[in-house]
Design a protein around this ligand. Structure first.
Ligand code: C5P
Length: 417
């Protein structure tokens, strides 16, 4: 699916952080392309970067002189003004040190201070030798940053400094500029309120026991992180305790009833609602107040259906809201999901075959078929959950753009995210 066009960069303020790797020379091309496309580029170099490229180069090609220090310029607080005025912060190349400092919240220089002093979306483009890139510490830091909503433009495999060949080469300038365009183009979500539910509900049997399910909440968190990265304000209604994507508001809930209350309240003025949570279908009619003793014999637990939160949201959906549901299936994926889409009055349903390897509950990966009204249907093969989130929100964007002219009659489209 097409991302935003280059005009999305015109007048946008990009803080370009350059850290100390040999790939700093490629950031020159990135800087030039961003400026050519109409962006205002404010370059920030680390001390390490200056070993590879002279600051004059970036001052000449950028939209303003390079900044390198917290202390030497006329502005006493350069990091806050850089961070607060940025539309996006791009770090290319991002060294292992910068990734580690950012993940740990360490502010050791102007660039890392700026990264901590911003609410703008951040894109990091790691580049380093293969051994460093594959080190578990580096991978853990990248995973932490991703979970907080930071965009990562993965390094490529190829020839590295010194003649070695392997993963770790900075992504191409084209790929990096495309990522900036996509993130800024995602500004289509700026001003939107996105509400996402995540995790499985827990229904009490007694004071210590619950009926639960295997949902990890990871897909809902990935959608929240992607919506934040696109400029939305995001509220996450969650039953799990994963690291919260930076900037998300959180409502912690446990039961289907609590989730229903939170979702109904928040959905009333939401632009996009995504029910990624796995809600229990049945709950005990009455939870025992204390712990049920096992010497009292096997207890009889009478169950009742939980409310269908999503169907309720579909029935009361405000005009213009996009409502997205999930369907975990083990057979007849498309037919079952399409029936749910109709019955619950959804705009989109994201169906996954949870019996397939690597798919759905508890995995870091997912493979889904996204169905919409009419014959809208799009398949995302096995990919990390953030990639699935990108595909879902790309289609949400497209539906929002089409809303005024949207034709609800059956029509066939084949979308490739
Ligand atoms: O009907 P089924 O449970 O398969 O539908 C799945 C979708 O409905 C998910 O988006 C889930 O969050 C939502 N759901 C709900 N309330 C329930 C059960 C499911 O909102 N009681």
């Amino acid at each position: 699916m097409a991302s935003s066009d280059a005009s999305g960069l015109v007048g946008r303020r990009v803080v370009l952080g350059i850290s100390g790797g040999i790939a700093a020379y490629k950031a020159i091309e990135v800087c030039r392309r961003l400026v050519d496309a109409g962006a205002h580029v404010a370059p920030v170099m680390t001390a390490g970067a200056e070993h590879f490229v002279g600051r004059t180069t970036f001052s000449a090609l950028g939209s303003e002189p390079v900044q390198t220090s917290l202390w030497d310029g006329p502005n006493p607080i350069p990091h806050t003004s850089l961070g607060q005025t940025a539309d996006v912060i791009l770090v290319a190349p991002a060294t292992a040190r910068v990734l580690a400092a950012y993940a740990a919240g360490l502010s050791t220089d102007l660039l890392t201070n700026t990264l901590l002093a911003t609410r703008a979306p951040v894109i990091v483009c790691p580049a380093m030798h293969t051994e460093m890139w594959e080190h578990p510490a580096v991978q853990a830091n990248v995973a932490t940053l991703r979970a907080r909503g930071v965009h990562v433009v993965e390094p490529e495999s190829g020839r590295l400094a010194g003649g070695d060949v392997g993963a770790g080469r900075l992504a191409s300038p084209e790929a990096i500029v495309a990522a900036v365009e996509r993130v800024l183009g995602g500004g289509r979500f700026a001003g939107l309120h996105v509400v996402v539910s995540a995790g499985g509900t827990r229904e009490p049997i007694d004071a210590v026991r619950v009926i639960a399910n295997r949902s990890s909440g990871k897909q809902g968190y990935a959608i929240a992180a992607e919506a934040l990265a696109r400029g939305a304000s995001v509220t996450l209604v969650t039953t799990v305790d994963l690291p919260v994507p930076h900037g998300a508001a959180v409502r912690s809930v446990e039961t289907a009833a609590q989730m229903q209350e939170a979702m109904q309240e928040l959905a009333a003025d939401a632009d996009v609602v995504v029910m990624a949570a796995a809600v229990a279908d049945f709950r005990p009619v009455r939870a025992a107040t204390g712990k049920i003793k096992k010497d009292g014999g096997v207890p009889e637990i009478v169950l009742e259906p939980t409310p269908d939160i999503l169907a309720g949201l579909g029935a009361t959906k405000p005009v213009g809201q996009i409502l997205v549901g999930f369907a975990a299936e083990t057979s007849d994926l498309v037919a079952n999901a399409r029936a749910k889409l109709e019955r619950k009055r959804l705009d989109l349903i994201v169906a996954n075959d949870v019996a397939a390897p690597g798919v759905g509950f508890q995995h870091d990966t997912n493979a889904v078929t996204i169905l919409g009204r009419g014959a809208l249907q799009c398949t995302v093969p096995l990919a990390d959950k953030r990639t699935v989130a990108v595909a879902v929100l790309d289609i949400v964007s497209q539906l929002r753009a089409e809303t005024s002219t949207f034709d609800p009659s059956p029509h066939h489209r084949s979308l490739t995210p």
